[in-house]
Design a protein around this ligand. Structure first.
Ligand code: MLT
Ligand code: ZN
Length: 476
């Protein structure tokens, strides 16, 4: 059988520990973080160098066997979901885990795909620099996957999405050749920006093995506050007040609903609310500056005092220590975990122009409540860049499978409103396996046709991450 001889070749190539075939070993790779997909695979390949990745891809291309590239397996959209028919191999990047270089003068980091985002942040900090990319799953998410999905996260409002940080890239293409683009230049106009094509391509055009990331100066002052606010309009007004006071100081501006916060307070240990009473909505604001003049606290308190006086902010707490800052951030970061613990949840990772976030929240809330009475509407996310996770949790006591079976109905209800508000159905999590069905409607015509031609040109055998991002050839 073709697969047996391929596995023999791959086993020889990868050496001890490089090839997992025992179902007990491969099982953790076959289910996604959300538990939406449960697949099977004959083997997980664990190469430990770019050359070994290239050799694996070349052997699979030769045999016509498909690969699912996988990093930390934290995708929210089944971006690394393994198909149920057991026909595809998993290629894990976890053993490419070296930080190759950090240059504090150029402020660059050359890093392999399997390093977790958290480890990368820590290494940058140890070198006196900031890697300004932060997402809730950073403890497990790996650089390769973070770039392949063009992750956004909490600091997009200030530093942009992952792609804005990518100066250079190394990737294995679908035929096993290596794209050696690890340049670390701010200016490099030499034709098509292939690195940017690969960033955000969700592993469908090539497998990212390493990257050069742009670092920033470490902030010398950081301030974090949690505010209770009366409405999403008040949250937006607070954002504008901070922007008017000093736009360069805003490092994160996060919105949370009262429903989402209550789930965190109830279901996550040591995540109590540090305000005197619950509010209908919340904002987490983080300010930071590289200046060392002690004025950041004044800026924060000045804007908050005015907002408290006018009633825009109902209550606020300012972190007095690093521990308190982490405690406030925990309330935000644990939203996904709390919603997972609350039962079935349907996620809508959507974006709209910042000015339209309040309208999105109001209209999508009414529409979902009308669709499924008792549904728990728990939106949260990155208000500062217009990306809201319009997440819905099953009604209390409802049948989880029955609720999840209505996921397209719920997603389509929210997305119809997003469309009217000139937004996107896929903001920062990617399209993955969850949303290709939306592509013809949202990106059909010339755009989808061009994407298909690019896929055909770079991966003519359809080896890489089949069934993700692009819908079946028959659609759109
Ligand atoms: C987050 O910002 O915490 C994740 O992107 C969100 C999610 O669970 O939808
Ligand atoms: Zn997010």
């Amino acid at each position: 059988m073709i697969i047996d001889s391929l596995l023999q070749t791959l086993g020889d190539l990868l050496g001890p520990g490089g090839l997992l075939t025992d179902p007990a070993d491969t099982a953790p790779y076959c289910t996604d973080w959300r538990g939406l997909y449960h697949g099977r695979t004959p083997a997980v390949l664990r190469p430990n160098s770019t050359g070994a990745v290239a050799a694996c891809v070349a052997a699979c291309a030769e045999a016509g066997v498909r690969l699912v590239p996988m990093g930390g397996n934290t995708s929210m959209v089944g971006g690394a979901a393994v198909p149920e028919d057991g026909s595809e191999l998993v290629l894990s990047l976890s053993r490419l885990a070296r930080i190759r270089a950090i240059d504090a003068i150029d402020m660059t980091m050359t890093i392999e795909a399997g390093v977790t985002l958290k480890a990368a942040q820590d290494a940058a900090r140890a070198a006196g620099c900031l890697l300004p990319l932060s997402i809730s799953s950073e403890g497990s998410a790996q650089i390769g996957g973070v770039l392949a999905t063009n992750a956004g996260g909490n600091n997009t409002v200030r530093y942009g999405n992952a792609r804005e940080l990518v100066l250079g890239l190394e990737a294995v293409m679908a035929d096993g050749t290596v794209f050696e683009g690890l340049r670390r230049l701010r200016k490099d106009n030499t034709g098509y920006a292939l690195r940017q094509l690969l960033v955000g391509s969700e592993g469908t055009l090539g497998i990212i093995t390493a990257a050069v990331l742009q670092l920033s100066p470490l902030p010398r002052q950081v301030e974090v506050a949690l505010c209770g606010v009366a409405s999403p309009e008040a949250a937006l007004a607070l954002f504008m007040a901070f922007r008017a006071a000093d736009p360069s100081a805003i490092q994160a501006f996060e919105y949370m609903s009262g429903t989402g916060m209550a789930l965190v307070n109830t279901l996550i240990p040591d995540a109590g609310l540090p305000l005197s009473e619950p509010a209908p909505h919340y904002v987490l604001v983080e300010l930071a500056t590289a200046r060392d003049d002690g004025t950041l606290r004044d800026l924060l308190e000045g804007v908050l005092a005015e907002a408290l006086e006018t009633g825009g902010v109902l209550d606020a707490v300012v972190a007095e220590s690093g521990t308190q800052r982490l405690a406030i951030w925990k309330l935000r970061e644990e939203h996904s975990e709390a919603q997972k613990r609350a039962g079935g949840s349907v996620k809508n990772d959507v974006s709209v122009p910042v000015s339209r976030v309040p309208e999105l929240i109001a209209r999508a809330t009414s529409a979902c409540e009308a669709l499924i009475p008792g549904i728990r509407v728990a939106p949260f996310g990155h208000l500062g860049d217009g990306n809201i996770h319009f997440n819905l949790v099953q009604p209390e006591g409802a049948d989880t499978a029955g609720f999840l079976a209505r996921d397209h109905e719920i997603m389509d209800t929210v997305c119809a409103i997003v469309r009217e508000l000139e937004g996107s159905f896929s903001a920062e999590h990617g399209v993955g396996r969850l949303k290709p069905y939306m592509m013809p409607d949202w990106r059909g015509g010339a755009e989808l046709a061009a994407m298909r031609r690019i896929k055909q040109a770079l991966d003519p055998k359809g080896i890489l991450n089949h069934g993700k991002l692009l819908p079946d050839a028959s659609a759109g």
